[in-house]
Structures are given as structure tokens and as C-alpha cells.
Design a protein around this ligand. Structure first.
Ligand SMILES: [Zn+2]
Length: 278
């Protein structure tokens, strides 16, 4: 049996891809047939590793209990018939809700590292529990003639209050990092002081092929009009709060950010980066 083939002459890499596809689509018997072929070819350990990784990356928050169940099956595998236990895992995985947010979050970090985007210490983190925060708060306490504990508490309440402010729903079903995650857990708000544009600041993307000369008009309330780069005079409307665009690419891309959205984000970022009152 060649190294890259199974017992019955299937290509190994294609078997792993087939298993991925069948699990995603919920085709349980077809998935199990592939698993059987892989077991027969001596890849039991790799199948377990694969099932666990698939559960982390493709199910994730879609069903938070799935990973626990698959791991339990793995830990107790010596007590059961391998194929029967794997049948259970396949059914568990196939019938679970799917979400790629874990993979997306991980990818977003890698993108940020690649692009040299550093982590951010939010202003609220420089509080009574830090050296710098202690100094700043005691200075403020002296100035306002209040006990430092009171100043610290005011700061805490101020920041905690922000966590309950509702955010704009965002529409992003792309393969890149999901914005839903950022809004759901309030990450974007917590990290940024600019309340008006937390999502834009938190976006991990840096665009590549933008039409830098495309004309942009600000209509207010997060609405922008941007000229088409291919059709002169044609304009698209970008809603930056809802992350939508009227162009065809956006409509067909299931909510993936089109170049117009990216261009508007660049525009907003550019304005923020420019030194004020020079
Ligand atoms: Zn667009």
C-alpha cells in the first residue's frame, strides 16, 4: 500500500477532504464509509484528531457541547467498538449547528500579526489595579479633593455602563473573521474609546486592491455613496453601521465585504490617522 493511498487505492488527501465535505453537509453514512476506509488503512489516531479538530473549527459556538461529547468519546474509546463510537461521533457532528467563528477568530489574529497590527490596551484598563492607573487616579483625587477609592469606582462604573449599550447589528457571513463575534461579546466596544466607530476600528482587515481615487460622498448616519471604479457615473451606497453595500459583489457574496465597504473603512481610518489641527 503506497504511503499516500488507502488499502483500496483511494488517495489519502482526497479521503480527508471527502470526510470534511460529508461532515459539513451532514451525510452521515458516506462519512462513516470514509472513516471505515481510513481505519482499514491504519489511520485510527488521525481520525480521532481530525474529528476533534473539525468540532473545534467547524462547529465551535454552533454547538458548545459538541466538543465535550467528542472528547468524552475519545477519552473512553478503549471501552467501545471503534466504528460504533465513531458512528456516534459522526452523527453528533453532522447534526450539530455549524459555525466557523473559531477558525475565523484565529485567522483574524494571524492576519493582524502578519500585518503588524499590535494589541491595544484600552484606556479603561489603566485603572486602580495598574501602576500607571494608580498614579493618574491619585492625581485626579487630589485635584477633585475626593478619596481615591471614589474616583476609582467612578471610573469603573463609567466603563461598566458601556457594556450594556446596544450595538448595531452587523451583517457578515464571510469566511473571514466574523463581526458577529465582536458585537456579541462586546469586544469591539470594550477595546475602543471612539464610540461612534467601534466596529470599523476593530475590523481586522487591511484591503489590498482598493480604488484609491474612487469618489466618496458622506451622507451622514454612516451612509456613504461611492463611485463605481468600472462604470463612470454609477454609484453604490454603503451603510457602514450595517456593513452593507448595494453593489452586485456584495449581494452575491453573502455579506462578504466588497471593495466599496473596504474603501469607506480606509477613508474613515485615514481621517482618524491624520493629525488634528496641525
Ligand atoms: Zn460594494
Amino acid at each position: 500500500m503506497p504511503k499516500n493511498q488507502t488499502k483500496n487505492g483511494f488517495n489519502l488527501d482526497e479521503c480527508w477532504q471527502a470526510l470534511t465535505i460529508y461532515l459539513r453537509r451532514g451525510v452521515e453514512l458516506k462519512a462513516l464509509e470514509i472513516v471505515h476506509e481510513l481505519i482499514e488503512s491504519g489511520h485510527v489516531d488521525e481520525i480521532w484528531k481530525f474529528l476533534i479538530e473539525f468540532t473545534i473549527a467547524e462547529i465551535g459556538p454552533g454547538d458548545f457541547n459538541a466538543l465535550n461529547d467528542v472528547l468524552k468519546a475519545y477519552e473512553n474509546r478503549v471501552y467501545f467498538i471503534t466504528l460504533e463510537l465513531m458512528s456516534f461521533c459522526i452523527i453528533r457532528i453532522c447534526r450539530a449547528g455549524k459555525s466557523r467563528e473559531v477558525a475565523d477568530l484565529y485567522t483574524a489574529l494571524q492576519d493582524n500579526i502578519k500585518n503588524g497590527i499590535p494589541p491595544v490596551i484600552p484606556e479603561a484598563a489603566v485603572n486602580i489595579h495598574t501602576e500607571r492607573g494608580k498614579k493618574e487616579l491619585s492625581k485626579q483625587a487630589k485635584k477633585e479633593k475626593k478619596p481615591i477609592a471614589e474616583i476609582a469606582r467612578e471610573k469603573f462604573v463609567q466603563d461598566w455602563g458601556r457594556c450594556n449599550i446596544p450595538v448595531h447589528e452587523v451583517n457578515s457571513a464571510g469566511e473571514n473573521h466574523s463581526l458577529n463575534l465582536w458585537t456579541k461579546y462586546g469586544l469591539a466596544q470594550d477595546f475602543y474609546n471612539l464610540w461612534e466607530q467601534p466596529l470599523i476600528d476593530a475590523l481586522p482587515y487591511r484591503s489590498k486592491n482598493l480604488d484609491k481615487n474612487a469618489e466618496i460622498q458622506t451622507l451622514g448616519h454612516g451612509i456613504y455613496e461611492i463611485e463605481s471604479s468600472t462604470q463612470k457615473g454609477k454609484k453604490y451606497t454603503v451603510d457602514i453601521h450595517n456593513m452593507t453595500c448595494t453593489c452586485k459583489a456584495f449581494q452575491h457574496g453573502k455579506g462578504q465585504h466588497c471593495k466599496h465597504i473596504m474603501r469607506v473603512i480606509e477613508e474613515i481610518r485615514g481621517e482618524q490617522d491624520e493629525p488634528k489641527g496641525a
